[in-house]
Design a protein around this ligand. Sequence first.
Ligand SMILES: Cc1ncc(COP(=O)(O)O)c(C=O)c1O
Length: 375
Amino acid sequence: MKLFDVYPLWNIEPVKGQGCHIWDKEGNEYLDLYGGHAVISIGHCHPTYNKMLKEQVDNLGFYSNAVQNGLQKRLAEELGEMCGYPDYNLFLCNSGAEANENAFKVASFNTGRKKILAIKKAFHGRTSGAVEATDNPKIQAEFNKNNNVTFVPLNDIEAARMELEKREYAALIIEGIQGVAGIFVPDSNYLNSLRKICDETGTLLILDEIQSGYGRTGKFFAHQYSGVKADIITVAKGIGNGFPLSGVIISPKIEASYGMLGTTFGGNHLACTAAIAVLKVMKEENLIENAAIVGQYLMDQLKGHKAIKELRGKGLMIGIELNEGFTTLRNRLLFEKHIFTGGAGANVIRLLPPLCITKEIADQFITAFTELENQ
Ligand SMILES: Cc1ncc(COP(=O)(O)O)c(C=O)c1O
């Protein structure tokens, strides 16, 4: 059997990782400012994380959601405290798309409404509802086009108001910071106005913090810069530092009932252990604070470079929009300087490094970037 060929692949095969570095099978070292697509939060192969996972797999790797699982309760409590939503409830599943899928279901069950309002250029995943709420017709099959989702432009409050006042929408979903689109930050006033209009129209506010959450921006969730509270928050990526896990964080005003949601693998013993280890390391090593400090440092160092048209983002979620003539920089960083970064379209580099990145590592990137733009 061969692999179903859906990914354009770089001809590099990482086999080892440590902190912000990875090594390929030929032994070449790479700096990882991509984190395997914002997934590596506490750094590759953190000793605490590895130890906790090894111990757990020796005890119990998996049992189903038909029995008590103290690890899930511990994770919910610790996450609630750390993320600033201690009175909310947690449903655990396996991927970002699945978390959004479940968020839509919860909103629809709760409001009795069918439609979702989403934001232009949004990315929410590739499963049926999540991809319908993703503003990219190229990745939607006919099966996904059910006319349940309307898109309005980011930061255009009147466009959102016009739709929400129809009172047809179960929820509005918005990314804490748009990631795949190329790093676009919602205005604080916009988010606050959305909150108000959602309340007035009986619409639930879903914050997709799958890429922008888990400390990446210097706060636990990006939307916390604006002071708004969401009704539902979805998390994935950094939650397990690479162990597949996601979560739906749900307001106490939304009632649960048996059978409303469910999953075989979600919240299994290994996944919860990974997530508990992530929170422990984030706390012990002040990684959220580090994300704010090193992120700001990177922004300051990047300002004024001739290759850069615009810099966007917060903390360690940085979009570097390149000027014409510099769009090969991302590939050159990878192949000439051995630095992994993310991309968005042809001309945006996305920096999504592990949150343990240091200023020294940031300097290595700035030096490489400067050399390349001057060649
Ligand atoms: C904001 C956002 N939501 C949802 C997803 C989907 O997550 P997953 O690929 O785990 O399904 C992504 C993935 O990039 C994302 O960036």
